[in-house]
Structures are given as structure tokens and as C-alpha cells.
Design a protein around this ligand. Structure first.
Ligand SMILES: NC(=O)C1=CN([C@@H]2O[C@H](COP(=O)(O)OP(=O)(O)OC[C@H]3O[C@@H](n4cnc5c(N)ncnc54)[C@H](OP(=O)(O)O)[C@@H]3O)[C@@H](O)[C@H]2O)[C@@H](O)CC1
Ligand SMILES: Nc1ncnc2c1ncn2[C@@H]1O[C@H](COP(=O)(O)OP(=O)(O)O)[C@@H](O)[C@H]1O
Ligand SMILES: [K+]
Length: 463
């Protein structure tokens, strides 16, 4: 499956320039974009009157193309603009529109509203009066469409440069932009659809795609399928959740190393109570361990630090989560073995890396480079980033995941997929996708334990 690319405004312009260099006519690209968007609006099936809001740049030009095509299809259309069109393509699109052009301030509302005010060229927030008018017209409409982006959002980082309304449908032109997936802008998109405009684009940053998984082959045995070590500490519940998730991840076997006695949990999981960090270190040298997870339930006291030290020195592929990340603050660049996977939420990320510049995607990529490890930067808009510049961003994840213990489940899944695949970026992507799929299958108001039961079916859906 070819993943959907995510491009910044500059990367989009570079793809556009490459298409022009290859002989594509600039105006032809606007026609393609406008026609694709008009088809999406037409196919939505509401034949009621449309008001297109057209801005000064090429986004506004797309709006004129959309207006013309919808009118040709028999839909009653009006256009309101913010003033003159400033680009050659937008001027040409406007010249081909043979209806009147009203002013935005005076335009009456319509049943369908198309926002083609600003797209990737927005450099600052909208004037308050324009933002207010846009909000009022969207509120009046039964169906609202944002062309490329809702006007007012920062293309590359998803911040709100001015107040912007929530749309029913957002039509991303050519590629998704970071704002389509990153919060808070992502919340305004409604149904997000991508219109193909037929130009080549880089795909190293993309939307997280469903993984292609495989059932174990005939010669598989528990060790060939991957032995996962889960190093717990003072809070056994979190380590139990993580170990149970690892056990249902497709890995062959899970071994838990706890500091204190704890309840059995799954019978399939082997428990070893080891308090002494030196003995723990010896146990972790077992060459069959295909991955080791530390963090969930580790605790933060002195003993926890010694257990973390044993894990960091064990030489096995590592997944570092929760308390392990907190204990690493200040030392992350020097103490994390290259090739590990780190799974911080926002608070942990900031404790580890401080105030890095750029979007959440930029920050995740920078952190991946700093640690030479894969970053799973969690949240409603989780970003998985690799030190080589690849990144995947989640889309449409269940907000019911914002409940205690779901991060422990994810960490166990990541360790499990790492044991199965041996590839940190792939493992992280598979785990995050399966976690989201399990959440969808678990429905509303689930608890973290419910995700465990949904995991085998989530895996089954990708075989
Ligand atoms: N790239 C591609 O492959 C394709 C791109 N296409 C389309 O082009 C769109 C990008 O077009 P674009 O670059 O002309 O920018 P756009 O968003 O229309 O606005 C820029 C204008 O607004 C102005 N301006 C900025 N902020 C402002 C503010 N707050 N308040 C007032 N004015 C403000 C700014 O001038 P400034 O004042 O900053 O000098 C400039 O005049 C893209 O989203 C997509 O729809 C498709 O047609 C085909 C394929
Ligand atoms: N609002 C949200 N929408 C979707 N997913 C969320 C949201 N908030 C958190 N998540 C996801 O839920 C999990 C929470 O992990 P974490 O914060 O470590 O919680 P815990 O430590 O309680 O297990 C992560 O996978 C994160 O991406
Ligand atoms: K727009």
C-alpha cells in the first residue's frame, strides 16, 4: 500500500515547480485542482445553492474554477471575493467565470459554503472582520467545504493563526499538509479527503498506513517469533498491561522481570522476580531476547534507576517508555543506545528534549536524530519518526484512548512488534496502527484492559 504523503507548503511548491519543469502548464494544475474539488462537492450530492469565497492567491483561483464547474453542472453558484486576484493563474480562472463577483462583506449566506480564501500561502492570521464573516457564513451553511485548508490555519504546524470554523469536509489538494493531521488544526477538518492532481511527490513523511502482517510460517517456534522482556518495578499493574499487550502482539513469548512478588496475570507470561540489578543485568544478556521494554510501572526511586541502568547496558533492542523516560531527562542524548524506540507523551517529550522548534513532526524528527532512535511522540496526533527522516502521522484515532494505561498497552505492543520484525520504525508504525484499530474495535468508554481483547482481531484484519 502506497502511503499518503504529507508535504509542507515549501515541499508542495517544490513538487509544483518540478511538474512545471516537466512541462505541466501552471494553469492546467489549477484546473485539475479545481475540477477535482468540484467533483468531490458534486458527488456529495447536495444540489443546493453554493457561495464560493475566493481569496487573492491561487487558493482563490481554485475557488473560481470550482464555481465555474459547479455552475456548468447546474448548481446555483455565487462568488464573493476579498479583492483582486494577484496571480496569473487566479486571474485566468477569474476571467473564465462569467457570473458576478460580490464582496465578502456583503455576500448573503448560502446552503453550501466553499472556503477558497487562503491555502498554503497564508502567512499571518486573517483580519478579524474576515475571520468573523467566514465563521458566520460557515455557521449558516448546511454543508461547508474548505479548499486545501480551512482559512486561518498554519499549513506547516497546524496552529490557528486566527479563529477558524470547523468544516464538514476539507479537500486537501495534491497532498496532505501537516495542518490536516496535527492539532489543533486537525480538529477543524471534518471529513478529510485528498484530491489527486497528478503530480509526483516525496513520501518520506506520510499518513500512517494500515500494515501488511503475516501469520507465522510452518517452521515458526516461540523463539523465532520473538522473545520479549518486560522489566517492571514498583507498580506491577502497568507492567502487567504492557506484558499482556506484548503477548498478544504476535510475538512468540514474553518474560516479565519484576522487583517484587506480583499476581500471575496471563499464564502464558513467564515471571521472574529479580530485585538485584546486577542479577537483572545478567538475565537480560540472554541472547534470545529480541526486545526489552522498560518504563511502565518502573517507578522513579533509586532502585528504578539501577534497573534502568541494567536495561540500558544489556545490548538488546530497547523500548523506553514512561518512568524510564522521566529518569533519562538530561541524559537522553548520551544514555540511549542507538536504534532504540522511545514512546513519550507531550510532558515526557518536553522533559527530554525541551523546547525544540517547528511542528510536532519537526520536533519528533529532531528528537529521533538526537537519540539516533525511533520516536513515538504520542497524543491525538501521534508522530512516529526515524533518524533517517521518515515519519508517519496518525489520522482519525479514537479520542477514547485518553484513558489511563493505554500508553502501557502501546509500549508492550511496540516491544512485541519489535521482537517480531527487528525493524524499529516498522515495529513502531505497526504497533501504533494496531493500537488505534483495537481502540476502534473496543468502541466508546473502554478501559486499557479492553484493548487487549481487541488486539487479535486487529491483527487478523491485516493478515
Ligand atoms: N502548490 C500546488 O501544487 C498547487 C496549489 N494550488 C493552490 O494554491 C494555493 C496556494 O496558493 P498561493 O501560494 O497563491 O497562496 P494562497 O493561500 O492563495 O494565499 C496567498 C495570498 O494571500 C495573501 N495573504 C496571505 N496571508 C494573508 C492574510 N492573513 N490576509 C490577507 N492576505 C493574505 C498573500 O499575499 P501577502 O499579503 O502575504 O503578500 C497572497 O496574495 C494552495 O493552497 C492551493 O489551493 C492549486 O491550485 C494547484 C496546485
Ligand atoms: N485525545 C486523544 N486522542 C487520541 N489518542 C490519544 C489521546 N490522548 C492520548 N491518546 C493516546 O493514548 C495513549 C496514552 O498514553 P500515555 O499518555 O502514555 O498514557 P498512560 O501513561 O496512562 O498509559 C497514547 O497512545 C496516546 O497517543
Ligand atoms: K481555504
Amino acid at each position: 500500500m502506497v502511503p499518503d504523503p504529507i508535504l509542507t507548503a515549501e515541499a508542495m511548491r517544490a513538487a509544483e515547480r518540478a511538474a512545471f519543469d516537466a512541462g505541466v502548464d501552471p494553469y492546467e494544475l489549477m484546473e485539475r485542482a479545481g475540477a477535482a474539488a468540484a467533483q468531490i462537492i458534486w458527488r456529495a450530492g447536495h444540489r443546493r445553492d453554493v457561495l464560493v469565497l475566493s481569496g487573492p492567491g491561487n487558493n482563490g483561483g481554485d475557488g473560481f474554477v470550482i464555481a465555474r464547474i459547479l455552475r456548468e453542472l447546474g448548481v446555483p453558484v455565487r462568488v464573493a471575493s476579498l479583492g483582486d486576484s494577484r496571480t496569473a493563474s487566479a486571474q485566468r480562472a477569474r476571467a473564465l467565470w462569467d457570473g458576478p463577483v460580490e464582496s465578502l462583506a456583503d455576500a448573503a449566506p448560502a446552503a453550501q459554503l466553499v472556503d477558497a480564501l487562503f491555502g498554503t500561502g497564508l502567512t499571518r492570521g486573517l483580519d478579524a472582520a474576515v475571520a468573523e464573516r467566514l465563521g458566520a457564513l460557515v455557521a449558516h451553511a448546511n454543508h461547508s467545504y474548505a479548499i486545501d485548508l480551512p482559512s486561518g490555519v498554519g499549513t506547516d504546524d497546524g496552529v490557528l493563526l486566527s479563529v477558524a470554523p470547523r468544516f464538514d469536509v476539507t479537500i486537501a489538494l495534491g497532498a496532505f499538509k501537516p495542518a490536516h493531521l496535527l492539532q489543533p488544526a486537525a480538529d477543524l477538518m471534518g471529513r478529510l479527503v485528498r484530491a489527486d492532481i497528478g503530480i509526483a511527490m516525496p513520501r518520506d513523511v506520510h499518513v500512517l498506513a494500515p500494515p501488511q502482517l503475516r501469520a507465522p510460517d510452518a517452521v515458526a517456534h516461540k523463539y523465532s517469533r520473538g522473545l520479549v522482556g518486560v522489566v517492571g518495578g514498583s507498580m506491577p499493574g502497568a507492567a502487567a498491561l504492557a506484558a499482556a499487550a506484548a503477548a498478544r502482539s504476535g510475538a512468540g513469548m514474553v518474560r516479565r522481570y519484576d522487583a517484587s512478588p506480583c499476581e500471575a496475570g496471563l499464564h502464558a507470561i513467564v515471571h521472574q522476580q529479580i530485585e538485584d540489578p546486577t542479577v537483572l543485568g545478567d538475565a537480560l544478556f540472554a541472547p534470545r531476547l529480541a526486545s526489552v521494554l522498560v518504563g511502565p510501572g518502573l517507578g522513579r526511586e533509586e532502585g528504578a534507576q539501577a534497573r534502568l541502568g541494567a536495561v540500558l547496558a544489556c545490548g538488546r533492542p530497547l523500548v523506553l517508555d514512561a518512568d524510564a523516560l522521566t529518569l533519562l531527562a538530561g541524559n537522553v542524548a548520551t544514555h540511549v543506545p542507538a536504534g532504540s524506540i522511545l514512546t513519550p507523551h507531550e510532558g515526557e517529550f518536553v522533559r527530554l528534549f525541551g523546547d525544540l522548534p517547528g511542528s510536532k513532526i519537526d520536533r519528533a524528527l529532531a528528537a529521533a536524530r538526537i537519540t539516533n532512535s525511533v520516536m513515538v511522540y504520542k497524543g491525538a496526533d501521534s508522530v512516529i519518526a526515524a533518524p533517517d527522516g521518515r515519519a508517519a502521522v496518525t489520522r482519525g484515532v479514537s479520542t477514547w484512548l485518553s484513558t489511563a494505561g493505554t500508553g502501557d498497552v502501546l509500549a508492550g505492543l511496540v516491544a512485541g512488534r519489535l521482537a517480531v520484525t527487528g525493524d524499529p520504525f516498522r515495529a513502531a508504525c505497526e504497533a501504533v496502527w494496531l493500537h488505534g484499530e483495537a481502540a476502534h474495535r473496543a468502541g466508546p468508554a473502554f478501559v486499557a484492559d479492553d484493548l487487549l481483547a481487541a488486539l487479535p482481531a486487529a491483527i487478523g484484519s491485516r493478515l
